[in-house]
Every structure is written in C-alpha cells, then in structure tokens.
Design a binder for this molecule. Structure first.
Ligand code: ADP
Length: 539
C-alpha cells in the first residue's frame, strides 16, 4: 500500500495573520471610543499603524520577546492598540483587572513579573496605592491624569510621537508562543493565571465567527461591555479585527442609561456583557426613551442568565438574548445557547435559558465523584470537564495541578449534558448545597426566584444545618416598593422543584454585592452570613 504525506502547507497560526487581514481587507472598518464629551473614531488602518509605532516604542524601551507588558485600561482604542502590538511583536500582553483589590492587583503584577504597565490616566490612583510593592521598569499613561501622585511615567501619545514611521515589521513567531496572560477574577479563591498562545487565540477568534456560536461578521458592530481584561472581552478584539466587525468601546460609561444612549447613537448589532449589566440596561430601557432596535442580539455570559430576563427582553423590547458559557481557562468560548431549528415560543426560551450548546472544537464530558464518565442524557449530574485547542492545560507556574487530569480541564462546574450537546450548569463546585446528602441547585433556585414579580435579584447560598448538614438561604434584592413575602415566594417555587429544595431561610439585601467582573459575589455573602451581618427570616 502506498501512503501519502499531507500535501498541505504548514502555516503557523499567529496573531499576525489577524492583523494583516484586518489591515489588507477591512482597513476602513472602525473603532468607536466613548468619552465624557463625545465619541472618538479611528479606522482599523489607523489603529494598526499606531500599534506599529507602539511596538517600535516598546522595543526602544527595551521590551524583549516573551516579556510581559500589562494594561490597566478600560475598553478603548489604545487598549486595542496594545492588543495588536504586544503579542504580535512577540511579547506577552497581561490584561489587568482594574476592579481588583489593591492587594490582588499587586499580587498578579508581581506574579506575572510585568516589565511595563500601560494605564489609563483615570486609574493612576490605583497604581499609586501599590507603587512601592511592584517593580515594572516603565509606567506609560494614556490621557492626562488629574493628579500624578508623584509617580514617574511616560505619556502614551508622546511615546508614540517619538517614532516617526510605522514600518515596523512584525516578526515570524512559532504558533505556540505565549501571547496573552489573563488571571481569573478570583470569585472562588486567589487569582490564577493562564497564558493563551498565538495558536489558541487564532483558533478561538475563528470559532466566534461561526454561525452556531456568535456568528460575528462584517455586518456587525459589536459593543464590548465585557471588559478587555475579562477573558479578552470574550474574543471580540481579535474576532472583530479579523472579520471586519466595527467595535464600540464604552470605557467607564457602563450604567444602563449610558449604555442605552450609546446603543441609540452608535447602533451596534450586538452587545456583550454579564447578566447584571443586562438587568440594569433593561431597567433603563423599559422607560421607552431609547431606540435599541439596531441590536440583533445581546450576548450574556459569565453567570447563569435567568429565563425571566430573556423573556423580558423579548416581550418588552423585542430583543434576543444569547447565553454563553465560558471561563478564563477556556479562552472563553465553550457553549452558546443557540436554540435548535424548529424551537419556537416557550420552547425557544427554554433552550435560550440553558447554559449553552457545545461549540465545534471543544469536547466535554461529565464525571462523577468516583471518576466515572457519565452519559450525555440531560439527567446525569457531575463535574464538567473540557478538552480542546483553546482550553488551558495548566496554570501559570503549575499552580493547582489537580484542576487538570488525563488531558482534561476540570471546570469546577457541576451540571448535565444532553444528547444534542446542550449543557445545563446547576452549580459551581464551591457553591454546591448538599442537603441530607443530596444536591440542591442554587442556580435553578435563583432563576426561579428571579421570576417572581417582586424580586429584582436573588442569590442562594448554603448555610450549615444541624439535621441536614446544609440548607439553602435565599437572599433577595426586592424591586422598589415591594416587601418580602416569604410564603408567597415559597408558593411560587412549589410547582417547579421538589419540596425539600424550597428554602426555609430568607433575607433581603439592599443591593447585591458583585465581584470585580460583575457576578453575584457568593463568597462575600457567605462571609456576611458567617459573621452574623445578615438578618435571616426563617419559616
Ligand atoms: P471567575 O472564575 O473568577 O469567576 P471566570 O470569568 O473565568 O472568572 O468565571 C468562569 C465561571 O463563570 C464558570 O466556571 C462558570 O461557573 C461561570 N459561568 C460562566 N458562564 C456561565 C453561564 N452561562 N451559566 C452559569 N455559569 C456560568
């Protein structure tokens, strides 16, 4: 038998391909940056030209291959310039979360050993608070700070102006070269870092363009509410450049009213953010003052999206919500809840309220506590494990090795998968409630409680119990003018869940504590409860 080797070219998959394509095919597509006094605009060609100057300037400052250049920035044009310049020149972009506590921020800067930090002027105060604990060689500031806090820094525009040409030529790199470092937001512990490679970013950037995921394309204009430090704004910066989708960068103007007026003015076709953002936009938009009709879809991920939110957008605003599931460790795209063909009406909402349908390129399995692989029958509950070319194989410095085994990532998410690849997450391992040896899904309870008309937001946590080991405590933020009526809420749950799931412990919160990326902060709720700060009503 004769055998043939493949006759195909071996082309390294690097971010440079994305940059070249954006420049050669979509040079006139645009980036919009929202400012306090209006909107700034630039074409892809201008952004990439400035990125070449930035790369030259960084090399002049001594930045070498593999060194980390960190950003502490809102979503804006210059942040995109760093996304283009830093990995493509062979250095590693480290996107810092500007909502981290100073201790955690200092920790991740030191852990990643960042050589340069590029910061927005508005967050200079944060750097000042940790300055004596970190040692980058250079600090570069974009914009004019109100106070310099005695810090020495280079001005971003002046630095670019030191380079009098944009003929920087991007180097050849191996596709496995590290490109972007990102730390988890620390919802469940100290931040842990992963490093995306050129290859993983390349493949992920294509995946978000496929029709069964987000279907990003040239006809799109994407509003990036999700921060560029939260898992690369879910892949939008490179995805948008690659397929010619305009990008709208809202910086710190993230309140519902502001987003609604940005949408009305700039007419994006899709917007991406965590569910709490869309709860706030809904509140602002139902006043009817804003025209949001340009949106083909609101992409929601990072936490479970309640069915009531999806329904409210459909019924009140005629808008479609698309739920996705991902993690820092997964680049993040894993699953998108695109309903199967033929699903209409309530059936469609049921599918949209599931966590998501597995996208091409990622494999999933469900594993029980004994390590057995369970069937994809939509019923067998276990930890979800993932494998694929944009899934992490380890953390920076080999931390938490137990999260990886046999080539699979243990997600820490508990749930089911059905025969058509629809995933439903019932809990994070650390949030699981075990009552009398059986699991109660906090996510399902929360979604149901948020379907009650008096409730704005709900979080369910486990509290210790003498007889059942743990019981659910439901903490609610009520809508304005509503009172807590525990019996009514329990009646509301009764048709949907087993009677022993129904919480007997309830409490109200003036507002929901949120994590640095806008998720319900259950760790903080457990702390408050543990320290007796929460007044619990029991029935
Ligand atoms: P952190 O782990 O610090 O919260 P990530 O943003 O990486 O930071 O969080 C990933 C986690 O968010 C997932 O493991 C999962 O628990 C949760 N998550 C993301 N999307 C969804 C979703 N659609 N439904 C339920 N949980 C989700």
């Amino acid at each position: 038998m004769t055998s043939f080797p493949s006759t195909m070219q071996v082309a390294p998959l690097t971010v440079r391909d994305i940059v070249h394509h954006a420049e050669r095919v979509y040079s006139d597509r645009r980036i919009f940056t929202v400012e306090a006094d209006g909107v700034r605009e630039a074409t892809f060609a201008e952004v990439i030209s400035r990125a070449r100057r930035l790369a030259t300037a960084l090399e002049n400052l001594g930045v070498t291959r593999g060194e980390r250049v960190a950003t502490l920035m809102w979503n804006n044009q210059e942040h995109l310039e760093a996304y283009v310049a830093v990995p493509t020149m062979g250095a590693v972009l480290h996107t810092l979360n500007l909502r981290l506590f100073p201790d955690q921020l200092a920790y991740v800067i030191n852990d990643a050993d960042d050589a340069v930090i590029i910061a927005d002027a508005s967050v200079l105060g944060l750097i000042a608070r940790i300055r004596d604990r970190i040692s980058p060689r250079h600090l570069i500031v974009r914009g004019t700070p109100e106070d310099s806090y005695g810090l020495e820094f280079l001005d971003y525009e002046e630095l670019l102006a030191t380079v009098d040409n944009d003929d920087y030529s991007w180097p050849d790199l191996d596709e496995n070269t590290p490109a972007i470092a990102c730390y988890t937001s620390g919802t469940t512990g100290d931040p842990k870092g992963v490093v995306y490679s050129h290859r993983s970013l390349w493949l992920h950037s294509l995946a978000i363009q496929t029709q069964n995921s987000i279907a990003l394309g040239e006809s799109d204009r994407a509003l990036l509410v999700v921060p560029m430090f939260h898992v690369n704004a879910w892949g939008m910066p490179y995805g948008g450049l690659w397929c010619g989708a305009d990008l709208v960068m809202p910086q710190m103007f993230l309140k519902g009213e502001h987003l609604a007026s940005t949408i009305q003015q700039l007419r994006p076709t899709l917007a991406l953010g965590v569910p709490t953002i869309w709860m706030d936009l809904l509140r602002a938009a139902t006043t009817g003052e804003y025209d949001l009709s340009s949106l083909r879809v609101l992409v929601a991920g990072g936490a479970a999206v309640p069915a009531t939110l999806i329904r409210a957008y459909r019924d009140q605003l005629g808008l479609t919500v698309l739920q996705g599931w991902g993690m820092t460790e997964t680049s993040p795209l894993v699953a998108v809840a695109v309903p199967p063909i033929g699903a209409e009406g309530e059936d469609e909402i049921t599918y949209r309220a599931k966590t998501g349908r597995l996208v091409a390129g990622v494999e999933i399995r469900v594993v029980n506590e004994e390590g057995e692989v369970l069937p994809h029958d939509g019923k067998s509950v276990g930890e979800l494990e993932l494998r694929g070319p944009w899934i992490a194989a380890s953390y920076i410095k080999g931390r938490e090795p137990d999260s990886f085994h046999d080539g699979w990532l243990r997600t820490g998410d508990i749930g089911t998968v059905d025969a058509r690849g629809f995933i439903v997450i019932s809990d994070r391992r650390k949030d699981v409630i075990k009552s009398g040896g059986e699991w109660i899904s906090s996510v399902e309870l929360e979604n149901l409680v948020m379907g009650h008309p008096s409730v704005h937001q709900a979080a369910v946590i486990a509290v210790p119990h003498e007889r059942w080991q743990e019981r659910p405590l439901c903490l609610v933020v009520l809508r304005e003018g509503e009172d807590l009526d525990v019996e009514d809420l329990r009646r509301h749950l009764a048709p949907h869940v087993a009677s022993w799931w129904i919480p007997e412990f309830w409490a109200t919160l003036p507002e929901m504590p949120l994590t640095s990326v806008g998720k319900f902060d259950k760790r903080e709720l457990r702390r408050r409860h543990g320290e007796g700060e929460i007044e619990v009503v029991s029935v």
